[in-house]
Design a protein around this ligand. Structure first.
Ligand SMILES: [Zn+2]
Length: 387
């Protein structure tokens, strides 16, 4: 098709070629010029071409120079920006270094200061090689006191054990919320019977049922089943010994807070000059009294400042008895000196394991009629003896 159309307009095609040949000059062909010598015309054309070539070369050179200039400018800009930001980077590095230095010197990063001894337990670290005591609170839950105690303990990474009465854990929304909080925040929920009946007046089966009923009531509220038990009234019998399938926990320091109901007296019962709290002690208080909550604030802070870790009873069992406990047996403390020699590890520096405090037979303070004499008669020797 293209060839045919070319043939159909031969003259036009020739004319077009000629015009193109001369048209580039922008001038009209004249007869004179057509007759001019060929050499002169081609010389002019060569000259023009040279001129055009020179112009093109110049244009290329200009373009190259422009590109070089732009590149140079870019280089300066980049260098300038780097120069501007470099000092900031240096500052950031310095700040980071300073922050790191500060972090390293802060004592509250226990992983760095004592990496070998510390164990993560109930939401915080404890060091079994350092002294520890267990604060225990009976007869709750009592939200207006228990929450104060928990708040104070959390400030020092401490925990405690709440021995609760089963039929009170769900008596109000506040009670339930408090028991849930205990479980969620690493405090120990423990069994103090279902209705605070004296177990020496119950049959073996009634004891078994009562313990299970309390465990279930607590579990229903917070999802955690207690693993330690404290007798209401502290009165031990053979039926109790054979029926309770949990370790029975008494105490080594009785604050008598139920009796005095005075914060100062409760504080003095733990921190007084004649009292020597030691590693492995179990301290008895009651959750029912506002004065106990107030006293606890001071006791918690002071014991912590003295170097004691505040732990749950189960933690004390784990780190001071090696877990060697028997169901139905009553324990009033967990001293390292109670351990068989082969289990005894070298106590940490500053640990006071040299003497056991004067033993007093525990009485359950929540029950005023439970006199010291009656408790003393009913408690077996093992309650204050070794593990
Ligand atoms: Zn009680």
């Amino acid at each position: 098709m293209a060839q045919n159309s070319g043939r159909n307009r031969p003259s036009g095609g020739r004319r077009t070629t000629r015009q193109a040949a001369y048209g580039r000059t922008g001038r009209r062909s004249s007869p004179r010029r057509t007759t001019a010598p060929r050499s002169s015309s081609s010389a002019r054309r060569r000259k023009k071409r040279r001129k055009q070539g020179t112009q093109l070369l110049l244009a290329y050179l200009l373009r190259a120079a422009s590109i070089l200039l732009i590149l140079l400018l870019l280089w300066f800009v980049v260098k300038g920006i780097a120069g501007i930001f470099h000092p900031k980077d240096a500052e950031t590095e310095t700040v980071t270094e300073e922050t790191e230095t500060v972090t390293e010197t802060e004592p509250e990063t226990p992983e760095e200061t004592e990496p070998d001894n510390r164990i993560f337990s109930n939401g915080r670290y404890i060091d079994p090689s350092r002294p520890m005591v267990a604060l225990t609170y009976d007869d709750g839950p009592e939200p207006k006191v228990g929450n104060v105690i928990m708040d104070s303990l959390l400030e020092v990474d401490g925990r405690c054990t709440f021995f609760m009465v089963g039929n009170t854990v769900a008596r109000s929304e506040e009670s339930k919320a408090e028991v849930k909080r205990m479980a969620e925040e690493g405090f120990e929920v423990a069994n103090h019977s279902y209705a605070h009946k004296y177990y020496n007046k119950l049959s073996s089966q009634e004891v078994i049922d009562d313990v299970l009923k309390c465990n279930q009531a607590i579990k229903d509220v917070c999802g955690v089943e207690p693993t330690v038990f404290r007798l209401p009234g502290g009165i031990m019998t053979d039926a109790v010994r054979n029926s309770v399938k949990m370790p029975i926990i008494s105490w080594s320091i009785d604050t008598l807070d139920w009796k005095t109901r005075e914060a100062a007296a409760t504080i003095n019962a733990v921190l007084g000059e004649d009292v020597h709290v030691q590693d492995g002690d179990i301290i008895l208080m009651h959750e029912l009294y506002v004065s106990t909550g107030e006293a606890s604030k001071v006791i918690i802070q002071t014991l912590t400042n003295l170097g004691f870790q505040l732990v749950t009873v189960s933690e004390l069992i784990q780190y001071r008895s090696g877990g060697l406990i028997e169901p139905g047996k009553q324990y009033g403390h967990f001293y390292l000196s109670d351990l068989p020699p082969e289990m005894l590890q070298a106590p940490a520096e500053g640990e006071s394991a040299e003497s056991t405090p004067e033993e007093t037979f525990p009485t359950d303070g929540a029950v005023p009629e439970s006199t010291e004499e009656s408790s003393a008669e009913s408690l077996p020797a093992e309650s204050t003896a070794s593990l």
